[in-house]
Ligand binder design. Structure first.
Ligand code: SF4
Ligand code: SF4
Length: 66
């Protein structure tokens, strides 16, 4: 896993975010959805630098990964 990318994840600033003992970077391969985040109260992924670098276009990766 790219630790530099993980540090750029802005999930902790998100209104839906729930602090949990688990990895950030929910959008990244190998990172599962959150065990703690359950409610969609807004998502910052569309403005995240990781999203842009990876060429991703979705949101709410913490809750749903296709
Ligand atoms: S796109 Fe979303 S889940 Fe992925 S690193 Fe950014 S804020 Fe975190
Ligand atoms: S994946 Fe999106 S909704 Fe979930 S915590 Fe990160 S920014 Fe918020």
């Amino acid at each position: 896993m790219d630790e530099k990318l993980l540090k750029e994840c802005i999930c902790p600033m998100c209104p839906s975010y729930v602090k949990c003992n688990e990895s950030l970077g929910y959008c990244l391969p190998g990172i599962p959805t959150s065990r703690c985040i359950k409610s969609e109260l807004g998502c910052l992924c569309p403005g995240c630098p990781v999203q842009e670098k990876m060429g991703y276009t979705k949101d709410y990766y913490c809750i749903r990964k296709d």
